[in-house]
Design a protein around this ligand. Sequence first.
Ligand code: SF4
Length: 402
Amino acid sequence: MKPSGEILPPDDPRLADQAGGWRSAYLHVPFCEEVCPYCDFAVVAGRDQLASRYGKALVAEIRSAPDWGPLDAVNFGGGTPSRMAPELLERILQELSSRFGIRRGAEVSLEANPEDWTLQKAESLVTAGFNRVSLGAQSFDTEVLSYLGRRHTPARIGRAVTVARKAGFVSVNLDLIMGSPPESPSSWTGTLRKAMETDPDHLSTYSLTVEPGTVLWKRVRAGACPPDPDRQAERWEEADRESARAGLVRYEISNAARLGHPCRYNLSVWGQGEYLGFGNGAHSFRDGRRWENLRGLDRYLDAVESGRSPNHRFELIEGWSAETERVLLGIRRTAGVRIGRAGEALWKSARGRELRRAGVIGLHEGRLVVERPLLTDEVSRAILSMPPPENAELGKVFAPES
Ligand code: SF4
C-alpha cells in the first residue's frame, strides 16, 4: 500500500480533500465467535457453517452491481472477517477486482481478532492481496477484556502484531476501547503504553457506548454502572498525548496514524467519497443516493440467492442535506472542512458566535475546524439545529427504478 506521489501527513487538508474523490468498497462479514455484550452491529455467533454460502452471496451481489470503479480502498469489516477462510476472502477480492478494478497502491484492509490470527492465515491473506489489518485489541488489561467479553489475552495482541508484520502486512492498526467501568486510570495508562510498545502504524481509540438492545444496555438498565463520560474525556486526552509522543498524528477525533498510514477508507467516507457496501446490513453511497442492505443474515441470503436485490431504505442526499452532511462528516477531521454554505451559516449564527467565543470552532484558510475535538458532538448539534435556508432542496426517500 504505497500511496502514489507525495506522501501527505495524515492531517493534511489536501489529503482530506483528495479523499472525497476516492471510491471504496465495504464488505460486511457477520460471523463472530460470540456476540460481545456492547456490540450492536449486524453480527451472528455460532453460524460459521454459513461462511461458504455467504461468500457466494457476496460474489453474486458484486457481480450484479452497476458499472463503477476503480477502487481506491477495500475494507472487510464486521463481524470478524478473519473468521472466513482466506480462499473465500481471496475469491471475493478477485470478483471486486474484475468487476470494478482495484487501483495500484489501493488500501485492502480487513478486521481481525487476536485470538484467531495465525501466521499461516496472515500469510495467505497477504498473498490474496490484503495489505492492512485492523486488530481488535480493545485493552491490555485482563479484567477489562473480560468485562468486554473478549477472549484473547494481552500477550496475544503483541503476538498478533508480530505475526502481521512477519506475514508482510504494510499497515497494522490497533483498536482500543476506553472508559469501561472496570478500567482504572493506571489500567488505561498501561494499555496505552503496551499498545505503543507494539509500534502500530495506526491507532483507533473509541469510547465504550451503551447501545440500545445490547446485553450491556440491559445490564445498565438493571442497575449496573454505565461508562462515565468525564472519565472517557480524560482517557481521550491521555491517548492523544501518548500517541503523539509515539509519533502518531491524530487526523480524526478517534484516529491517529504514522506518515503514509491513515485509513484511506475512513478518510474517503469522512470526505463524502462514494462507497458501495456488500453483505447484510452494509450501506452504500453513490451519485447522491444512499441505501442499505437487509440487516438480517437469513433475509439477506434469501434475497440474493433468489435473485432479488437486498437493497432497501433508499434516500436522496442532495441540496442542503448533502451540504450539511459534508460539514458534519468533515469536522471530525483535524484538517476540518471547506466552510461552504452550511459552515458559513453556522459561523454567522448566534450559536456559532458562542462556539467561536468559547474557542470551540475556528476558521483556517477557508476551513471550518473544531479546535476542541471533545466538543465535536456539540458542534454537530448546532449544525443540525440550523433551519435550512429558504428554497433549500432537502434529501428525500426515493424508490429505485426496477
Ligand atoms: S468481535 Fe467485534 S463485531 Fe464481533 S461481536 Fe464482538 S464487537 Fe461485535
